[in-house]
Design a protein around this ligand. Sequence first.
Ligand SMILES: C[S@@+](CC[C@H](N)C(=O)[O-])C[C@H]1O[C@@H](n2cnc3c(N)ncnc32)[C@H](O)[C@@H]1O
Length: 214
Amino acid sequence: MTKPTWDAIFAKQQWGRYPSEMVVREVMSWKKRQCPWGGPDRLPALDLGCGGGAHAMFLAENGFEVTAMDSSREALHQTEKNCLRRGLDDYVRYVEMDYIANPIAWQHYHCPSVTLDWLSLAHAPAEHAERVMREHLFHLQRMGIYIVGLFGKATSPATFEGRPPCPLWTRGGVEGIAQVIVKDAPGCKYRIEEQAYTRNGDLTQIFCLVFSKD
Ligand SMILES: C[S@@+](CC[C@H](N)C(=O)[O-])C[C@H]1O[C@@H](n2cnc3c(N)ncnc32)[C@H](O)[C@@H]1O
């Protein structure tokens, strides 16, 4: 059987229409701590593997200027259509780029306050994860957060039907990689949140790894 590509998936369906509850909670509580009185300026955010744009739109609606990056033209096209429909187009830049294969992806954005990678790096072979996370943590602005969503090992195989395959993580594995990364990144910390939900009887377990920089 051939592997489904993201372009083929997005040509057939809308992916992830709503932002993840964990992302909403992390971003909004970070924002409340950093900007308790709001502020006139939009903050820079980066949405890696933005898919159909659910998180890019959530960020644009909540005071961020977003760079939405994806290697799938179809996905970016959906993001753009959705942003236009919601009147958010002025606050979102669309960048077609494979940020895992391309070591200069960072040249397309400038020091985000919030970097989000929700279930995108999750699909890359685990050996790329450490390098990519290091890179994006390095380019994060001081006081910023970098949120990564990874699939946990308890996830039912049925969850991945129709998706490209992806490695499954244990809490220990996520903890291990995060420790190694922050050890070489002065002023950086991490914590891990976990979410599990059942849809049509199939379990999805997600580890949310949140890096922060002093
Ligand atoms: C499961 S979808 C998640 C989409 C979105 N983050 C969300 O939460 O709704 C994975 C997305 O990551 C993108 N993606 C996967 N590998 C990528 C890569 N190496 N570079 C850029 N985008 C990638 C896919 O095209 C797809 O849009």
